[in-house]
Design a protein around this ligand. Structure first.
Ligand code: ADP
Length: 491
């Protein structure tokens, strides 16, 4: 079976958040299970090419018609963990920017990428069983294929669209499609891409949902959440109409990349096979190292961390409440946040300034893969107080690296984290701390509950850490479910 993934991210070469982890992890596992999985990505300027094998030019001067001109692109081929990759380089400065997203021209950039990917597949003339798209960045491929390319020589059996985050949909005007050399107004119809709220605007994700054969939200809980009218005011009707095609599959984490037993970033490796005494020793050594690195007090205190994109979805004010609770309850806090909108992070910049001399807190604004690994391995808790969370990988990584999650019960978080004090859940399943309401107070209370557990039941805390490290969130099971869905589609 040949599965071609087209995506904006793939870990570890191009990653902003979970989308990258998913594309990287899923495709490696598919290949391990005998599937011919291929990935097409933009060739970003900051692509971590040192992870790639056999990177070479595959097609030179590959011409794409855009904005009434022929644009030259170059297609590269390479291998990443046995997965065949194709990288698209443009001559228009679309992907030679420092970041993957965050530009005014994002829609134009990804439209160009999608058209080039389709033209490339057409030129290859190889069979494609499944075309697997991810989020709005590549969802336009579904309507373009069904309306245009399927009538050419490109033959795809079925299209799958994974929805990692319905919050980002990709809006454009018909002229943006005209720029690709197609008729944009044709898509401005209720049954096609017309946005439900803006009559002159096209909505890429809506098009992806309508034209794909299978829609996969990244957890069962998220699949249920997006079907609720109160959550999805925007695309509710479209989702309702396409309900039968929607089947949630929970993500996993790449067992090779997120393995504290072999993690090359860690000086002191962790594993659930270690004796409890040794495990505590290793966790504490990692903490000491991190404290040195971040210039924190070298104290034997619980360490809470937050690692993520600082956007409203992630509950910045709740993160702040948790941070303040940690400082008031004899604990430390490490925040590693990728800065997106200035408005959301303004408060954190101020906080960083106000707490500049506090040796119990560290706030770092950047995307730093190595530091993320070091923090996960050193921390006792990871706080994830999201407003909504399609799946969430940080809690899974937390389990593996011995950082107990403190989460708000939503989407994938509610499916994976079970409160230690919840007597309705069988004891063996309980693995973290959780709360219901999206409020600062609840985040604070849950943090205090977690810290009290560390202070008052320290031995039990490490027993929990050890038990959690044994939980299996690897791609193995989820990849099996994807393969089953692909097979059902092709039947
Ligand atoms: P989302 O996809 O919404 O960003 P997930 O929890 O699904 O959230 O995935 C987040 C992934 O991105 C994790 O692998 C996490 O470690 C990583 N990550 C997020 N922010 C940063 C950062 N600032 N530095 C390093 N890694 C980060």
């Amino acid at each position: 079976m040949r599965v071609v993934n087209i995506a904006a991210e793939m870990a570890p070469i191009a990653k902003v958040g979970g989308l990258g982890d998913v594309v990287g992890g899923l495709c490696s596992e598919l290949v391990r299970k005998g599937i011919d999985a291929v990935v097409i990505l933009p060739k970003y300027k900051n692509l971590k090419t040192h992870f790639l094998k056999d990177l070479k030019i595959y097609k030179k001067n590959f011409q794409i018609f855009e904005k009434r001109r022929w644009q030259k692109t170059t297609i590269y081929s390479a291998k990443l963990n046995r997965v065949q990759i194709y990288l698209i380089e443009d001559n228009k400065n679309y992907f030679s920017k420092p970041n993957i997203y965050g530009y005014k021209a994002d829609v134009t950039r990804f439209l160009f990428f999608c058209k080039t990917a389709l033209e490339f597949l057409k030129s290859e003339n190889k069979k494609i069983d499944i075309l697997h798209l991810h989020d709005w960045h590549t969802a336009i491929i579904a309507p373009l294929y069904k309306e245009i390319y399927s009538k050419n020589t490109l033959k795809v059996k079925k299209i799958v669209l994974s929805i990692h985050n319905l919050g980002y949909q990709g809006y454009l005007k018909p002229k943006d499609i005209d720029n690709l050399g197609f008729d944009g107004r044709y898509f401005l119809q209720d049954k096609k891409l017309k946005d439900p709220n803006r009559p002159k605007t096209l909505n890429i994700l809506k098009g992806g949902i309508i034209y794909s054969d299978l829609i996969v939200p990244v957890s069962k809980g998220y699949a249920k959440e997006i079907m609720l009218k109160e959550n999805e005011k925007n695309l509710h009707k479209v989702i309702e109409k396409n309900k039968k095609k929607i089947k949630g599959i929970i993500n996993g984490i790449d067992p090779k990349y997120w393995n504290p037993k072999t993690d090359k970033f860690l000086k002191y490796k962790l594993s659930c096979d270690l004796s409890i005494k040794k495990l505590i020793e290793q966790k504490k050594k990692n903490k000491k190292d991190l404290q040195k690195y971040l210039n924190l007090d070298q104290a034997d205190k619980p360490l809470v961390c937050s690692i993520g994109r600082l956007v409203p979805q992630k509950g910045p004010s709740l993160i702040k409440a948790s941070l303040m609770a940690a400082l008031k309850n004899n604990a430390q806090f490490a925040l590693l946040g990728s800065v997106f909108d200035k408005e959301t992070t303004k408060e954190f910049y101020k906080l960083k300034k106000d707490l500049k001399n506090n040796k119990n807190v560290s706030i770092v604004f950047e995307h730093n893969e190595k530091l993320a690994h070091l923090i996960f391995a050193a921390a006792d808790f990871v706080i994830i107080p999201s407003l909504f969370e399609p799946c969430g990988l940080t809690q899974m990584i937390g389990f593996k690296y011995g950082a107990v999650p403190i989460v708000r019960k939503t989407g994938g978080l509610a499916e994976t984290v079970f409160d230690l004090d919840d007597t309705k859940i069988i004891k063996t399943k309980r693995n973290g701390f959780s709360f219901d309401k999206f409020s600062d107070n609840q985040a604070k209370k849950a943090t205090i509950r977690a810290l009290n557990f560390w202070h008052n039941n320290n031995k039990d805390f490490y027993m929990l850490v050890k038990k959690n490290m044994n939980l299996n969130f690897s791609w193995e099971n989820s990849a099996k479910k994807y393969i089953q869905r692909y097979k059902n589609l092709l039947r």
